[in-house]
Design a protein around this ligand. Structure first.
Ligand code: FES
Length: 145
């Protein structure tokens, strides 16, 4: 399928789901206030990859928290769940998963650590987790692809 629709209504704050799109896992996390605040507080100068990696906005845009989410929808972080190092699937979606030192995602293959905006913070991965092309089609529905 070229594109899929996902109903976000059942996903409560603090929960995450994974859906498949074009054979790739898509991580969807309904972030808590705390997770959003933590992501916003990080100075851009501390980010190994300064780019948003979001095809829905201008190429090369900075990796601010706002640029990693859709306008007005900042609790929803929607990303391709493939480590940008060598393609493993990071942990951090399931309850009880090791989310790493930055509370986001942790790649068990070689130890890359991603923050609550999915940005690489430590380890060998060169880029932030990529955002897929998507749009909100209603308040609680998204179309990916
Ligand atoms: Fe994720 Fe190497 S594939 S750290």
């Amino acid at each position: 399928l070229a594109s899929i629709e996902v109903d976000l209504a059942p996903v409560e704050e603090g929960q995450a789901i994974t859906v498949m799109w074009r054979g790739k896992p898509i991580f969807i996390r309904h972030r808590t206030e705390k997770e959003i605040e933590e992501a916003k507080e990080v100075p851009l100068s501390e980010l190994p990859d300064p780019e948003a990696r979001n095809p829905n906005i201008d190429e090369g845009a900075p990796a601010t928290d706002a640029n990693r989410t859709a306008e007005g929808k900042e609790p929803w972080l929607i990303m391709i769940g493939i480590c940008t190092h060598l393609g493993c699937i990071p942990k951090g979606q399931a309850p009880g998963d090791n989310k790493g030192e930055y509370g986001g995602w942790f790649c068990p293959c070689h130890g890359s650590q991603y923050d609550t905006a999915g940005r690489i913070r430590k380890g060998p991965a060169p880029e932030n987790l990529w955002i897929p092309p998507y749009e909100f089609t209603s308040d609680t529905n998204i179309k990916i692809g």
